[in-house]
Design a protein around this ligand. Structure first.
Ligand code: FAD
Length: 216
């Protein structure tokens, strides 16, 4: 299946023409992001937690301390909603009402399970590290027994998802186009600065290529 079927849960109602359900679009939004926000309800109280993720196939993996509330909730097999947003521009219209944003966002739904298998856990540590910076796993100390034992990894198998995006300029009411207010887009780009060396780093340790050339 290369596309999520539209259901009551994932169907975009407002401006449905901005919706996309193919995995390629949804997953490109997921993979570009450094973090996601995980939404869940526990005892009637909603929580939305920002956290690092990695996607492998149709599964999202998260990690954290064994006492982590979100991970324990997910571990118990509860459904969660994972949201990711990229801002590409701020849209200034002539009218306040038509101000908007250019964006790409994705919402994914699925149930959680814990990863107990040591080998699998190890693979996810590597995948999470590589998601942040490709090349870092082989260029750092790997988790020891205590670090592995005190870290929970959960998997969320993606049952359904949607993507929504907006591109283009301001869309004003026809009678407003003659108004003397600026209209247009302020493009927004996420960029990375030069790496800053740790003060305790020996001077003969060079900045690795994957950081000097970092991009997503
Ligand atoms: C940066 C940004 C700013 C936004 N600002 C506003 C705002 O100020 N006001 C406003 O009304 N809306 C805003 N939106 C759009 C907002 O995210 C929803 O799309 C909107 O609330 C309409 O939802 P709905 O009633 O159609 O769908 P709902 O009934 O709320 O959702 C139904 C299903 O549609 C899908 N869906 C809904 N929204 C998204 C999305 N953004 N991305 C992926 N899937 C989605 C989900 O699968 C969801 O379960 C913004 C979006 C972004 C990314």
């Amino acid at each position: 299946m290369s596309e999520f079927s539209q259901t009551e849960l994932n169907k975009i109602r407002r401006l449905p023409q901005r919706g996309q359900y193919d995995k390629e679009t949804v997953y490109s939004i997921v993979d570009e992001a450094l973090i996601c926000h995980v939404g869940f309800v526990q005892d009637g109280q909603p929580f939305v937690i920002p956290t690092i993720h990695v996607r492998i196939g149709d599964t999202i993996y998260l990690h954290g301390a064994v006492a982590n509330r979100m991970l324990n909730h997910i571990k118990a097999g509860n459904t969660v909603c994972v949201t990711i947003t990229h801002i590409d521009g701020i849209v200034f219209a002539r009218s306040v009402f038509h101000h908007s944003m250019n964006y790409r966002s994705a919402m994914l739904f699925g149930k959680g399970r814990v990863i107990e298998d040591e080998k699998k856990k190890w693979d996810i540590f590597a995948a999470l590290t590589e998601h942040i910076a490709k090349g870092r796993w082989e260029d750092s100390r790997h988790p020891n027994e205590k670090e592995t034992r005190t870290t929970t990894i959960v998997a969320i198998d993606i049952e359904t998802a949607s993507a929504k995006s907006r591109t283009g300029g301001a869309k004003d009411e026809p009678e407003d186009y003659a108004l003397p207010y600026f209209a247009g887009v302020l493009p927004v780009a996420f960029h990375y600065e030069e790496p800053v060396r740790d003060e305790n780093l020996p001077s003969d340790v060079a900045v690795p290529e994957y950081l000097a050339q970092y991009k997503r």
